[in-house]
Design a protein around this ligand. Structure first.
Ligand code: 5AD
Length: 362
């Protein structure tokens, strides 16, 4: 990839280039932008903005994030909630507490609740189905998103039948060797992928994603991530910088900047314009202006933290996670003003994805 190749081409032409590029070309393109000057990155951002506007206009969607259990049976090497972290503070919310979080968000106009937890076996299908049914009864015009990890196809089907609309499960890395560097041998990339395809087949709107600058990530493993995203065609793609947690084997890694995440957000937006792209909390943790910069790079979703304040510190996936102030449900009014001040339009509808329109086979 050479810089003069970019002059005069439209964002559509660049989009088809990204959709067709092989692994090597994708890796070269990613490196090109990682090393590019500010003006070139600005050009990429402008393309991403155009692509987003064509699919979604200036709208920015809100999802309330409810972190309902910090118990986890897995041992992802990068995550502060990994089972072997004896220092992690563990909590579980009751159904009533979860519903009360939904109500707070609902009263502020939010119509999507994201229920996220570690892989906590105490939330059986029965219990989750009962909870989803209750939420749907009380807030019928809302979408329920689950983010509770790998489960069996039957379980995914039951949760869907109970009313769950969407499911978030990041693939973390689409490269086998890299996935193994980040996870113990009991966790396998093929299982993760299988779950994602099952979820899609059942009819969920599916979100996946990965951390940026995670240990041993290269431009080539990122190219594998792009190829996997092209194959899965998820409705939502969550990416954010890897931030070391002090109780993990990766504690000594450098605190990241937002730079690579912002470039990848723009590239993903141009490659798959119909996808929902959050400006994530990790991005805001890495950069004080992370949310703004994410939206300007092509993101169009914000996920205010709506968990009970007293438990937020315990849901510590990484260090320096912002639990108060910007990015929380309490800062509601500021969010709205601040999205408007960027020339964007806060949207409180369910905000379904446009991927289906682009993906003829579905
Ligand atoms: N830094 C950034 N993101 C992390 N996650 C887990 N640990 C970290 C970390 N140290 C992300 C993973 C997971 C999501 C819920 O949080 O990608 O899928």
């Amino acid at each position: 990839m050479r810089s003069d190749m970019l002059f005069g081409i439209t964002e559509e032409a660049f989009s088809s280039f990204l959709l067709q590029a092989n692994r090597r070309t994708l890796a070269e393109t990613i490196r090109f932008f990682f090393e590019a000057d500010d003006q070139t990155i600005e050009e990429l951002r402008a393309w991403a903005g155009k692509a987003r506007d064509k699919m979604y206009g200036k709208r920015v969607f809100f999802r309330a994030l409810i972190e309902f259990s910090s118990w986890c049976k897995n041992d992802c090497y990068y995550c502060g909630l990994q089972r072997s972290n004896q220092n992690a503070v563990r909590y579980r919310l009751s159904d009533d507490e979860i519903i009360s979080c939904c109500r707070t968000a609902y009263e502020r106009g939010i119509r999507t609740f994201v229920l996220q937890s570690g892989e906590d076996p105490s939330y059986s299908d029965f219990r989750l189905c009962r909870l989803i049914t209750e939420i749907k009864e009380q807030f019928p015009d809302s979408a329920v998103t689950l983010s509770v990890g790998e489960r069996s196809p039957d379980s995914y089907q039951r949760l869907f039948d109970a009313g769950a609309d969407r499911y978030l499960l990041r693939h973390e890395s689409a490269n086998e060797d890299h996935y193994r560097k980040l996870h113990p041998p009991t966790q396998r990339l093929c299982d993760r992928k299988r779950c994602l395809f099952h979820l899609k087949e059942i009819g969920y709107e599916v979100g996946t994603g990965f951390m940026v600058d995670s240990p041993d990530q290269t431009n080539e493993t990122l190219a594998d991530d792009f190829i996997f995203l092209r194959e899965l065609k998820p409705d939502m793609i969550g990416i954010g910088p890897f931030i070391p947690h002090h109780d993990t084997r990766f504690a000594g890694y450098e605190f990241p900047s937002a730079k690579h995440t912002l470039i990848l957000l723009s590239l993903i937006r141009v490659m798959l314009p119909g996808v929902l792209l959050p400006a994530t909390t990790a991005l805001a943790a890495a950069d004080d202006r992370g949310f703004e910069k994410g939206l300007m790079a092509g993101a169009n979703v914000l996920m205010p933290n709506a968990s009970p304040l007293k438990h937020r510190d315990a849901y510590a996936l990484y260090d320096h996670k912002p639990n108060e102030g910007k990015g929380t449900i309490e800062q509601w009014h500021q969010w709205v003003h601040w999205v408007e001040s960027l020339g964007l339009q806060p949207d409180f509808s369910r905000g379904d994805s446009k991927m289906k329109q682009m993906d003829g086979e579905r």
